[in-house]
Design a protein around this ligand. Structure first.
Ligand SMILES: [Mg+2]
Length: 285
């Protein structure tokens, strides 16, 4: 199978032209974190998410693994079921995330655990991502990074700082633990971001922020079907949607074709988004 599919070639060209014409002053980038900025596989093995890494490293109390697996077994089929109405699915995902965060808290999750996982166990950025992030920073283009994972705002910031890529143009839209005095998680801030409400969360966080209202050209990067809707409510003038299709490619590619303009298959690198960004920057010169 080709590594790159232009699923909606006419729209891709059209939107790209509009991004070029709008230039860097009208651009913002919305990107998912896990599986989009980071690789999905390491040495042919599925890269652990924060939660997977916590599990593998036995950081938490003994019954965490079983209880988390029970939650996964119960809720995961709902997440994948294309026939469940979106509102019902959102309610189920909220329930799953909430129960899981409560389990993490009950199991003794600490800030130190998160730092240790970031240092030793998490997947890498895709080739091309460091350059992509540096160019955004250099040109002061806002980058919204979405993560529904348990890494949280402090974990994501730590991850990027460790790689010398943290910068002021980055806005993190992620869950955020409340830490107690002993460094253990005691709660999680509302609203909880799960796999199907990144769009609403986006609105809450930045939809009304005047600073970004003129930047209505969007490059959207995701790796799930839900990610394609991260721009909901933002009234984009132009939007280019690019997906990394990492897993179960044969089964899922037709659904991705419907909602994304271009698909990068097989856990590919960041050269397409990087090329487009460079063209937008050069076009402005
Ligand atoms: Mg993802």
């Amino acid at each position: 199978m080709d590594e790159l599919i232009f699923s909606q070639p006419d729209n891709f060209k059209h939107q790209k032209q509009r991004l070029f014409r709008g230039g860097i002053s009208h651009l913002k980038v919305l990107a998912d974190f896990d599986g989009t900025l980071t690789t999905n596989f390491i040495h042919g093995r599925k890269a652990p998410t924060l939660i997977g890494a916590l599990r593998e490293g036995n950081y938490l109390s003994a019954d965490y693994n079983k209880k988390a697996q029970d939650l996964h077994n119960y809720y995961k089929p709902f997440e994948d079921d294309q026939n469940i109405a979106l509102d019902d699915k959102k309610a189920l995902m909220t329930e799953w995330w909430y129960k899981h965060f409560q389990l993490l808290i009950d199991s003794g999750l600490s800030e130190e655990n998160i730092a240790d996982v970031v240092d030793n166990r998490l997947s890498n950025l895709r080739p091309g991502v460091p350059e992509f992030l540096s160019l955004l920073a250099k040109n002061n283009i806002p980058l919204f990074i979405f993560s529904a994972s348990g890494l949280g705002i402090s974990g994501l910031k730590y991850y990027l700082m460790k790689r010398g890529l943290w910068s002021e143009n980055i806005i993190l839209v992620a869950n955020d633990f409340i830490w107690g005095e002993n460094g253990k998680a005691v709660g999680v801030k509302e609203p909880i971001i799960h796999s199907f409400n990144k769009d609403e969360t986006m609105l809450v966080k930045i939809g009304v922020d005047e600073k970004f209202s003129k930047r209505n050209n969007i490059m959207l990067l995701g790796d799930s079907l839900g990610d394609a809707r991260m721009d909901t409510g933002l009234a984009a003038a132009a939007i280019l949607r690019i997906a990394f299709v990492n897993d179960k490619i044969r089964e899922s590619v037709s659904a991705y074709r419907e909602v994304y303009d271009a698909l990068i298959l097989n856990d590919g690198d960041f050269s397409l988004p990087l090329k487009i960004l460079k063209e937008i920057i050069d076009y402005a010169d």
